[in-house]
Design a protein around this ligand. Structure first.
Ligand code: ATP
Length: 619
């Protein structure tokens, strides 16, 4: 047999010169790091090319990645825990330091700090300007220009002489370049027919808020005017608007579609109606003389048909007196515009800003096309509202007659302890104290109705007014009470603010309002324009102690008799020592900001986004 052509060569294994030693075992594998080995294995598996092997390799790689991830995560967790421990230790250290510092502080200092925190939160509210102005960052820096100048003898007065006049009338002023006070209407350059008319109404000399407020407003300045109830604020803000309208009309008579020059905003329909009637009387007195043109005024409130006033809208319009809801409605419908409106006054301004009208006010501001002169007036203007308002005004002048929120000293305040079940009967007895007219206030609409019913049964001529009554009923009640046809008016508390009834002899507060500001407004329906009056208030164990404490301080401040049951109420803050300050939110003297009933109410209202629409009744 022949040999095959190809013979497989025998493999000669030659020893490796490097690794193989004679006495070494063949199974020896040199040390290779684990990671490197894994890589090699992986490469081998991958190079085999079989799908299953590839999957296996992939799985192995994934497992490895997972393990690596876990290791990284674990490391991160440890690092985080380390950091947290450090932060915790630092926080503990800060806490301990603060506790040590706090221990050194008095209770009063701590309360002050808490107050400051709450106030800072309140101050963070957006300022009162239109959204457009806020968005565009429009900020006016100079007050409005005015052509009015005080007479030379007033301009020539020294600062010391002005200071003496302020002191004489207990006026506190704040602000840059405060215009000088003027002590009579003629020197203010008020037109003669109007001065004569005012005289015929026994308005012969300006009241303190008028003698400083009117020159301030005539000078074009933004202002906050604070003066007690019945001190003539209405004239102080209406007269400058009438003068401004007069000046514009004389320069270039208004035709249909033009105007208004200015607007007065009020929180209730009744107050708007009363202010409107005053403006009508004053402008009519001017026009009657024949030397001055007729000025047209529009009343813009919910509950009345604007058709009735179309005759005003058909002419040039000078002045608008309004409640917010109806005003916005009219502006949105373009029944008139604020293109040339230069004057915005808010009466009972604290209530306007605080009581859910804030957004409405901002909305109204967005209809102004240019800078306006802004004036805020009220008898109660807590520090919080003042601070908030200041940032919305241009170089404002603050004119303050007496403490904001103080009671009118012309009112004799009597506080009586009357058990709940005895109130109605005692009311009849109380009515004998003075002749009519008398106003009775209750916080509760049903109670208002009950009191009226009871009085009618007892033969007392009484009318009632509250937010659930129709506009006609409300108008009838006010009209018949003002005219003297009815002796007694029973009203819900909120109806009180700003209403000026003739010579009210006696105010009876059947249920004490929780907020002391409301009490101040309610008793302020009597003792107006220099006359005196009595206010009798029923309190009992249902009256919160804090309210009683506010009342006690108010009586003390006004130099009134404090009954023994009020005298015995102790102020928990008195033990802390130091001067007791008024609450910056409501002005009450008997509590601090942290337990202010008004703040609670405001917050509750804001949370519920409650908006008091004048179309729902105005109050
Ligand atoms: N200079 C004055 N001299 C005498 N009486 C005046 C004077 N100015 C206004 N009055 C009268 O005083 C009364 C109260 O005025 P007004 O209603 O403006 O008070 P007010 O300060 O707005 O009070 P409230 O805070 O309660 O609204 C009115 O009847 C008004 O005619």
């Amino acid at each position: 047999m022949s040999e095959p052509a190809y013979k497989r060569p025998r493999i000669q294994r030659s020893p490796s010169p490097v690794y193989k030693l004679d006495d070494e075992d063949d199974s020896y594998e040199p040390y290779v790091p684990v990671a490197q080995r894994r890589q090699a294995k992986l490469a081998k598996l991958t190079s085999w090319g079989a799908n299953t092997d590839k999957d296996k390799a992939k799985r192995l790689q994934e497992e490895q990645d997972e393990r690596d991830d876990e290791e990284r995560e674990e490391e991160k967790r440890k690092e985080k825990a380390r950091k947290e421990r450090t932060l915790l230790m630092e926080a503990q250290e800060v806490h301990n330091r603060k506790a040590a510092e706090d221990a050194k502080k008095t209770a009063a200092e701590k309360a002050d700090e808490a107050d400051a925190e709450i106030l800072a939160a309140i101050a963070a509210r957006r300022k009162l300007a239109s959204d457009l102005e806020l968005a565009q960052g429009v900020q006016y820096t100079e007050p409005m220009k005015s052509s009015w100048r005080p007479p030379k003898f007033v301009r020539d007065r020294t600062p010391e002489e002005n200071r003496r006049i302020w002191e004489k009338h207990h006026i506190i002023v704040e602000g840059e370049d405060v215009p000088p006070p003027i002590e009579n209407f003629t020197d203010m350059k008020v037109p003669e027919p109007l001065v004569k008319f005012l005289k015929s109404k026994r308005i012969t000399k300006p009241t303190p808020i008028q003698l400083q407020g009117i020159p301030t407003a005539f000078s074009g300045r933004d202002m906050i005017g604070i003066a007690f109830t019945g001190s003539g604020k209405t004239l102080a803000f209406c007269l400058p608007l009438i003068m401004l309208a007069l000046e514009e009309e004389v320069r270039l008579p208004f035709i249909r579609g033009e105007g208004p020059v200015g607007v007065v905003l009020c929180p209730s329909r009744e107050l708007a109606t009363q202010t409107y009637e005053n403006v009508l009387i004053w402008t009519a007195a001017l026009a009657k003389d024949g030397r001055y043109p007729q000025l047209n005024t529009l009343l813009c409130i919910g509950g009345i048909s604007m058709g009735e006033q179309s005759h005003v809208l058909n002419k040039g319009l000078h002045i608008v007196v309004a409640t917010p809801g109806r005003l916005i409605d009219m502006l949105e419908k373009k029944r008139f515009t604020f293109d040339n409106c230069k004057y915005l006054c808010m009466d009972e301004a604290d209530r306007m800003i605080d009581l859910g009208f804030e957004e409405d006010v901002r909305n109204i501001m967005s209809f102004f096309k240019r800078q306006r002169q802004t004036l805020l007036f009220s008898a109660t203007m807590p520090r919080k509202i003042q601070d908030f308002a200041q940032q919305s005004l241009v170089k404002p002048v603050l004119v303050n007659v007496g403490r904001a929120g103080a009671a009118n000293l012309d009112v004799l305040q009597v506080v009586e302890y009357v058990k709940q079940e005895a109130k109605m009967v005692y009311l009849l007895e109380c009515l004998q104290k003075t002749p009519p007219p008398v106003i009775i206030f209750s916080e509760n609409k049903n109670e208002v109705d009950d009191i009226q019913e009871y009085l009618l049964l007892k033969g007392v001529e009484a009318v009632a007014i509250h937010g659930s009554k129709s506009q006609e009923e409300r108008q009838y009640a006010i009209k018949s009470f003002k005219s003297g046809a009815k002796d007694v008016m029973v009203a819900s508390g909120v109806a009180s603010k700003g209403l000026d009834f003739n010579d009210i002899q006696h105010v009876i507060i059947f249920s004490m309002p929780k907020e002391i500001e409301d009490y101040v407004h309610q008793i302020g329906r009597t003792g107006r324009s220099g006359k005196t009056g009595i206010a009798t208030t029923f309190v009992n164990m249902n009256t919160p102690e804090q309210t009683l404490l506010d009342l006690k301080y108010l009586l003390l401040e006004a130099g009134q008799k404090v009954p023994p049951f009020l005298e015995s109420i102790e102020d928990p803050r008195a033990a802390q020592g130091g001067m007791l300050k008024g609450c910056p939110v409501c002005g009450g003297l008997g509590h601090g900001i942290s337990n202010c009933p008004k703040l609670e109410d405001t917050q509750r209202r804001q949370m519920a986004s409650h908006r008091i629409s004048d179309d729902q009744g105005g109050y």
